[in-house]
Design a protein around this ligand. Structure first.
Ligand code: XMP
Length: 505
């Protein structure tokens, strides 16, 4: 897409965040690998990201500097990007012996330009080891730290470098620095979800033409937004919902109601018995995933038959970025479904449609909203592809799944009633497959325990357990113990990720 802000990825863990911040500021930004520079069409500005490597290493990631300068757009180097630019302009970089990681103080020397409107002092976030040791002639220091070490430079008209990370929230006024830089961008494309919806609708129509599309739906945010988009675009699409018997309480009916309400017809395939018998007696989590994946391919493609001309998938931008950086196509695919071989085959034939692949999760939610999906749908917590199978360690049986369904429904209901649902990233009840002794009425019981899990997270890579109020936990526990047969204990999981994971399998 023309006139977007091109962010060149040198591998920093924060690079995606730069893209997100720019989009939050209302401009369209995309991530590119350094060797893709020549494919970036007419960017409005270029940002060179940070990275874990040293510019002094022999095979350090590089950029075609002449080409970059020839683009005649504003350039901002962040961290590694700044060191690289300093070298390119003829300055020097010295190896650091320790990594500076953490907060520092920014003291702007030049008050205008990049630092327009910034405080005299503000906190910035550092993460680097090498430092700029000699400036080339003509370079200007725009800001320093408290020890008068330069942390922001300008080498040329509209070419800047900053040693800190403006994209992380620990840099108090980082967003302002980005905003000031973006003021210089050449005719940048605005990013507003309404206009992006129109662009996507046009693109979907064009890409599909008169081909037939097949799309799997699950009731989750991504596939629901994808379905709404295809529907609105008016393409010839068929929607398939595979009920693996691993859904939450009433979920199959809820999915049906949702799609009825937006006027989309879905084919539901009840494969629950097939799944339960295939999973009977299987305790190994990897084996469970393999079985679930294999069966999904079979059930889905049996239902589709041979007339699949295009398969639509709800792949999001982070999946694409991850695959570009890891260099593996396979990771763009939600591997839990183990559809890799089949998908790869379709991909090679140009028969995969992934219209959401430029969007982050929160943008997909915003798109869902403007496409008219109900707030409860776009605000839903993520739900894993293998469903309750990853919340039921040990053997999976119908009875155990029923315990999870009962407990989970109560937990979620109370979270909603107490206004906690939208404040957590993900919450659920799972089964602890250990029976212990308890007392019910006058009798001893010997029953399972249930675990409650609620976490906050930005990207599911890390997560923190949520400090839910004791009163809420008490209400949930009392109701589960009274209302769900087969349970005599409720525990709250206070493990963060890492080292724990979000799911329990
Ligand atoms: P973990 O348990 O790995 O979960 O901390 C991270 C996030 O991913 C979800 N999850 C999955 N999603 N297929 C999916 O589509 C899967 O196999 C799968 N396993 C975990 C999980 O719900 C959480 O949001």
């Amino acid at each position: 897409m023309e006139r977007s802000i091109a962010v060149i990825d040198f591998g920093s863990q924060y690079t995606q965040l730069i893209v997100r911040r720019i989009r939050e500021l209302g401009y369209f930004a995309k991530l590119w690998q350094p060797d893709e520079l020549r494919s970036v069409e007419k960017p409005a500005a270029v940002i060179l990201s940070g990275g874990p490597r040293s510019t002094l290493e022999e095979d350090a990631p590089d950029i075609d500097f002449e080409y970059l300068r020839g683009m005649e757009v504003p350039i901002l180097g962040v961290c590694y990007g700044m060191q690289l630019l300093n070298l390119k302009y003829g300055g020097e970089v010295a190896p650091g012996h320790t990594r500076e990681y953490g907060p520092a103080t920014l003291v702007p020397v030049e008050k205008g330009g990049l630092f327009e409107g910034l405080s005299e002092r503000s906190q910035i976030w550092m993460s680097h080891s090498d430092t700029v040791s000699k400036l080339p002639e003509g370079a200007k220091v725009l800001a320093e730290n408290l020890d008068a070490v330069p942390v922001a430079l300008q080498w040329d008209d509209e070419v800047f470098g900053i040693q800190f990370h403006p994209e992380v929230t620990h840099s108090d006024e980082g967003t302002k620095v980005l905003q000031n830089f973006l003021k210089l961008a050449k005719d940048p494309l605005e990013f507003k979800i309404d206009s992006f919806k129109d662009y996507l609708l046009k693109k979907v129509k064009q890409d599909v033409g008169d081909r037939k599309v097949v799309c799997g739906v699950s009731g989750g945010v991504d596939s629901s937004v994808l379905a709404a988009l295809l529907h609105e675009a008016g393409v010839d699409a068929r929607f398939i919902f595979v009920d693996m018997g691993l859904l939450r309480k009433n979920e199959a009916a809820d999915v049906q109601t949702l799609f009825d309400s937006i006027g989309i017809e879905i084919d539901t395939i009840d494969a629950s018995e097939m799944y339960l018998s295939a999973l009977a007696g299987v305790e190994d989590p990897e084996e469970k995933r393999r079985i679930i994946g294999r069966l999904f391919v079979k059930v889905f493609f049996d239902a589709v038959g041979d007339d699949v001309q295009l398969l639509a998938q709800g792949t999001l931008y982070p999946d694409v970025i991850e695959s570009a950086t890891s260099g593996s196509m396979a990771s763009t695919i939600k591997t839990h479904h183990n559809r890799v071989d089949k998908i790869m085959e379709l991909k090679e034939q140009g028969r995969i449609l992934e219209p959401l692949d430029e969007l982050f999760k929160d943008e997909v939610r915003a798109l869902g909203k403007v496409l008219g999906l109900p707030a409860e749908v776009v605000g839903r917590h993520p739900f894993p592809g293998p469903g309750l199978a990853v919340r039921c360690p040990g053997a999976i049986t119908f009875e155990r799944l029923e315990i999870i369904r009962g407990a989970d429904a109560i937990f979620i209901e109370v979270l909603r009633q107490r206004d906690w649902y939208d404040r957590v990233w993900q919450a659920y009840a799972g089964l602890i497959p250990v029976k212990t002794v308890g007392v019910k009425g006058d009798e001893r019981s010997y029953e399972f325990a249930v675990n409650l899990r609620a976490v906050v997270s930005e990207d599911a890579m890390t997560a923190k357990w949520v400090h839910l109020p004791y009163e809420l936990l008490e209400e949930v526990s009392t109701r589960i113990l009274n209302e769900v047969p087969g349970v005599n204990r409720v525990l709250y999981d206070i493990s963060s990720k890492p080292p724990a994971s979000i799911e329990w399998e």
